[in-house]
Design a protein around this ligand. Structure first.
Ligand SMILES: Nc1nc2c(ncn2[C@@H]2O[C@H](COP(=O)(O)OP(=O)(O)OP(=O)(O)O)[C@@H](O)[C@H]2O)c(=O)[nH]1
Ligand SMILES: [Mg+2]
Ligand SMILES: [Mg+2]
Ligand SMILES: [Zn+2]
Length: 403
């Protein structure tokens, strides 16, 4: 993740998006890497403005399977139909668009494939206007929150950069015909001056620009620490039941605690971690100053309670909390803060003081454009059972913890 080049090149997601748009307008594709799923790179370009030159470049240099992608729902409405598949691929019948301007009328030359892609992006045209089966492979994209593959990310990237949600994509093979060669992708990027993005970058742009979490129900919540309001959300971003606890902050900057679920520490008084005491301290501080506690349903740093218990078992045999996660085949920390950002946005909070020792939380919010005026440490209680865990957080996760 640290290696994501754009993170370094551009400060904000808006800057990045406007760069992408400029590049498309110059007739240059973007290289999109899927580092989570396939570790593969594709050229991406808006179908709407695909020229013969762009088509010739991406098919010659890319060498993979040329596809044009559109939102699945829209394709079905236009009469495009899916091919049978035994691996869940979302391939539709391939197409050609041939008209009087087509010189060869085979659908194969770059000029004809480019025309097919441009016409595919015209929602007024249904399948009957195309010849099929043709020479441009068609893929239906799912909703981005449901599937985060190249198809979905490419459709969102072109949509967010101001074009119709239809993209031309092709896998990039290296000089030996191999895929998965990330170094080669960077060589191409330098040689041709092309932006390299990761699907995660597109996801962040999508989260920033597509509000999918909104307040649903509100109720009074009296607690030991004061009287709060508790809010639930209508959430089609990740469909989890996150909630927030609010205390009016009047004219002050709200104190914000983004707390990931720890059922053992938060509810069962477990001493294996510092979560329970952090939760109490945060509620006290928010009761005094005003602000919000966002309770994110990502138990066990995102791996869930069952796997956390498995990791605990390994920790009892000597592994630390970082290696225990890795040992069970998960990442050391799988948490996501896109929902926290959208919850803040839905509560009209764009500036805050953050209660945390975890530097990543500030970085994630700032990436989305939230102004973090201050980071206020939130030290949990240290005891004989959690000291090693806290030490690991300090040393391996770089948390700002006094020990
Ligand atoms: N996998 C795993 N998760 C753990 C373990 N101990 C605690 N957790 C989880 O760690 C997360 C802690 O979340 P937070 O307190 O919001 O965040 P933090 O990283 O501690 O950073 P702070 O903001 O400083 O508290 C919760 O989801 C816990 O369930 C462990 O040993 N293994
Ligand atoms: Mg692919
Ligand atoms: Mg914590
Ligand atoms: Zn905990």
């Amino acid at each position: 993740m640290e290696e994501r080049t754009l993170q370094r090149q551009f400060r904000t997601l808006e800057e990045l998006l406007s760069k992408v748009r400029d590049q498309f307008l110059q007739g240059k594709p973007v290289i999109l890497i899927d580092s989570e799923r396939e570790i593969e790179g594709d050229f991406i370009f808006p179908a709407e403005i695909c020229t013969t030159e762009v088509m010739n470049f991406i098919t010659t240099v890319g060498k993979g399977l040329l596809c044009v992608v559109g939102p699945e729902e829209a394709l079905l409405k236009r009469g495009f139909f899916r091919l049978p598949s035994n691996f869940g691929g979302n391939y539709f019948i391939p197409i050609d668009y041939i008209d009087s301007s087509s010189r060869y009328k085979t659908g194969i030359p770059a000029c004809e494939r480019a025309l097919s892609c441009r016409m595919f992006s015209d929602e007024k045209l249904d399948l009957s206007e195309f010849k099929y089966p043709g020479h441009v492979t068609v893929i239906g994209a799912k909703e981005f929150p449901i599937r985060k593959g190249h198809s979905e990310a490419s459709v969102e990237l072109v949509r967010l950069s101001g074009f119709k949600p239809y993209s031309v994509i092709i896998e990039i093979l290296d000089l030996d015909g191999e895929s998965h060669n990330i170094d080669y992708l960077y060589t191409l990027s330098e040689k041709y001056g092309l932006l390299v993005l990761d699907i995660q970058d597109v996801w962040e742009m999508y989260v920033k620009n597509t509000q999918l979490i909104n307040p649903l129900a509100r109720a009074k919540l009296p607690t030991k620490y004061g009287i709060f309001e508790i809010i639930s959300f209508n959430n089609t971003l990740d469909h989890k039941e996150h909630f927030a606890i609010i205390k009016d902050w009047r004219d002050r900057t709200p104190l914000v605690r983004i707390h990931s679920e720890c059922v053992t520490g938060d509810c069962l008084s477990s001493l294996r971690c510092d979560c329970g005491s952090q939760l109490e301290k945060a509620l006290k501080a928010i009761a005094d100053n005003g602000g919000v506690l966002i309770y994110l349903r990502q138990e066990g740093r995102g791996i869930g309670i069952s796997r956390k218990i498995e990791a605990y078992r390994l920790q009892d045999t000597g592994l630390d909390t970082y290696d225990a996660n890795v040992e069970i085949g998960r990442k050391p920390d799988e948490r996501e803060y896109s929902a926290a950002y959208q919850i803040l946005k839905s509560l009209h909070i764009d500036r805050l003081k953050l209660l945390t020792n975890n530097p990543r939380k500030k970085q994630e919010l700032e990436r989305y454009g939230i102004i973090v005026e201050d980071v206020i440490n939130l030290y949990g209680e240290v005891n004989e059972f959690n000291i090693k865990y806290l030490l690991t957080k300090k040393v391996r996760f770089k948390h700002d913890i006094k020990l």
